[in-house]
Design a protein around this ligand. Structure first.
Ligand code: SF4
Length: 430
């Protein structure tokens, strides 16, 4: 079971607030709390999003307003907007939580994104049964007479941004299925596998149209920011963070940017952690000094990591960092879509070499290869999977050189256990 917690000051609007535990918010509740507010001028909302500094929550952290303007201004329209609810990171639950519990908030964000880009249609892209049920139910609510009537009250305003037709597209849950080119490929009827870039979806996406692929938390924050303009900067500067690790309670937390990771660890019972895996599996492993880090894109990047989707996995004092990195690399290698030569050979080579280190079978060449590959491989695949594996290796080498050396002569019990505990990072949605 996972806890849902908030670190927001009382009265500050949040995405986790206002929904009773276990409930799925219905249209009446969403409208009663100010949702589906009229949109005076789409361009002004884009400006507000830019001023608030909202960044995408899928992992890359790209400025949302730049993405909206690029799709809006791209030739070849009308654009398409996609709510991307496929979170491939095993340690993240935030997107599925939002789709399960606040589907109208996400759909409202999609409506606003359509208005801001001039899109003629939208998609919700997901891989989860309960998420699909919640979204289909929410879409149906908007079509039945009572829902249509409630929306019509808002629609009476000339400033109402109309709904666009929205389809739900199902995919398999894999690490790469949520990558934006994989999303486009799947919606167009192909496999959910990344394609080479360019073109990027904003240039040629679904059906060849300029396409905005937006993470569902990003869309939820757009909707919240529109409903609560007085708190725009605070909403944009807040993150949904999934916390997990041995010895504590998994938790989904809403926390302001700048929150110390130690505060988050204490909140979920991981205060004694010896290290943290950042950004799901994307941001690498951080050892001594982790408790001084804060929830901040730039700060984590400067520390050699990445905030990514915002998931944090804490290592218990009994956890071996070499085993943790080996599990992560093995999981990533198994998730490779095996369509880029460099990933087919590179990611599996990283995983094999780490496994050799963990089992005490590595020599000096193995470690030298790990060091060289971790520098050479990033950026060479069609998606970020190979970057995640390389960063995991690079950060292990940086933070635990003595542990790697020690394993060459005397591996520890967790590392000699076979098969690797590849499910250590998986978290259940509350
Ligand atoms: S980098 Fe790897 S996972 Fe990503 S598209 Fe290429 S083969 Fe697939």
């Amino acid at each position: 079971m996972t806890d849902v917690l908030s670190l927001l000051p009382p009265g500050r609007p949040g995405l986790l607030a206002d929904v009773p535990p276990g409930a799925c918010e219905d249209l009446a509740h969403y409208l009663a709390t100010g949702g589906c507010a009229p949109l005076p001028a789409p361009g002004r909302l884009v400006d507000r999003i830019a001023a608030a500094g909202l960044r995408g929550r899928g992992g890359a952290g790209f400025p949302t307003a730049v993405k909206l303007r690029t799709v809006r201004d791209a030739p070849g329209g009308p654009p398409v907007v996609v709510a991307n609810g496929e979170e491939g990171e095993p340690g993240s639950v935030k997107d599925r939580w939002l789709l399960w519990h606040r589907p109208h908030l996400v759909l409202d964000g999609l409506r606003l994104a359509a208005a801001m880009t001039g899109a003629a249609r939208g998609y919700v892209y997901l891989s989860d049964d309960l998420a699909e049920h919640a979204v289909r139910q929410a879409l149906a609510e908007r079509k039945v007479p009572a829902g249509r009537q409630a929306l019509a009250l808002r629609q009476a305003s000339a400033e109402w941004a109309p709904e666009v037709p929205v389809d739900v597209v199902r995919t398999e849950r894999t690490y790469v299925a949520g990558e934006e080119t994989a999303v486009v490929r799947r919606i167009d009827g192909g496999p959910a596998l990344p394609t080479a870039k360019p073109p990027r979806p904003f240039e040629s996406g679904v059906g060849g149209a300029p396409t905005l692929v937006a993470n569902v938390e990003t869309l939820a924050r757009i909707a919240a920011l529109h409903t609560h303009p007085e708190s725009a900067a605070a909403i944009a500067g807040t993150h949904l963070v999934t916390l997990s690790g041995a010895g504590g309670t998994p938790a989904l937390v809403e926390a302001p940017a700048g929150t110390h990771l130690k505060t988050l660890a204490d909140l979920s019972g991981h205060g004694r952690a010896r290290a943290v895996v950042l950004g799901g599996l994307f941001g690498g492993l951080y050892g001594a000094g982790w408790s001084d880090l804060r929830l901040d894109h730039e700060e984590l990047a400067a520390a050699g990591g990445a905030l990514g989707c915002g998931a944090l996995h804490f290592l218990h004092p009994d956890d071996c960092p070499v085993a943790a990195a080996t599990d992560a690399a093995g999981w990533l290698a198994a998730q490779s879509a095996r369509q880029c030569g460099v990933c087919v050979s590179g990611t599996s080579a990283l995983a094999r070499a780490l496994t050799a280190v963990a089992r005490g079978e590595a020599d000096g060449t193995t470690v030298a290869n790990l060091e060289r590959w971790s520098r050479q491989l990033p950026g060479r695949g069609a998606c970020g999977l190979i970057d995640a594996a390389a960063r995991m290796v690079a950060t292990l080498l940086t933070h635990y050189p003595e542990r790697i050396e020690a394993h060459r002569s005397s591996p520890c019990p967790p590392c000699t256990a076979a098969p690797p505990a590849t499910h250590r990072y998986t978290v259940a949605v509350p």
